[in-house]
Design a protein around this ligand. Sequence first.
Ligand code: SF4
Length: 234
Amino acid sequence: MTSPSDDLAALAAALEGRPPAEILAAAAARHPRRLALACSFGPEDCLLVDLIGRAGLLIDVFTLDTGYLFPETLALWKALEARYRIRIEAAPGGAPPAGPGATPPWEVDADACCDARKVRPLRARLATLGGWVTGLRRDQTPDRASARVIEWDARFGLEKVNPLAGWTSEQVWAALRAGGVPTNPLHARGYGSIGCAPCTSPVRPGEDPRAGRWRGSEKKECGLHLRPPPPKAR
Ligand code: SF4
């Protein structure tokens, strides 16, 4: 007898190496109207919006509007909605921006700031779904190296679909250019991975694309894609 996790592993093995559009379609069929892309407007997410929009897949798209996004990111949000005639909703429930004169929340405690503005609204939105789609790739961080194209997300309690897990950044950018997909103009100004404006800086040539996130601090993840540690050997 096979367990649900065996079934998911078998599905992941069957979908490994398949085109991302095929993986998206298989996941959408598995979770009718209960699948959504969490879009942070990075190049991978722009490509996934393109694939979803062009194929007319029944996959919702939402973002985490922290109140501290770059103006360029807000403009890209509108551009993608207009081009694909879709709505990219802001997940409700995030903490409001700090009032005038208050110490900026990312200076008080960046982890708490990310938790209040990203992790908690994400958790609430994911609670309504059977699966979520992400743009993560295995070569982005050591923590992501074991990601499968579809897997169980033990942290949030639903399936996680990573259609671009096996792709490289070069493959993503080639597909974006070929399709004329809108992307964030900040990439051309030296920004690698783009998050909130106060916590994102450009990267120097040769630096890791994520080196500009929370520069000068130990923090490297906002907490959305943290994977549970492997079980300890007895
Ligand atoms: Fe706050 Fe910075 Fe995290 Fe954005 S990236 S939620 S501003 S700590």
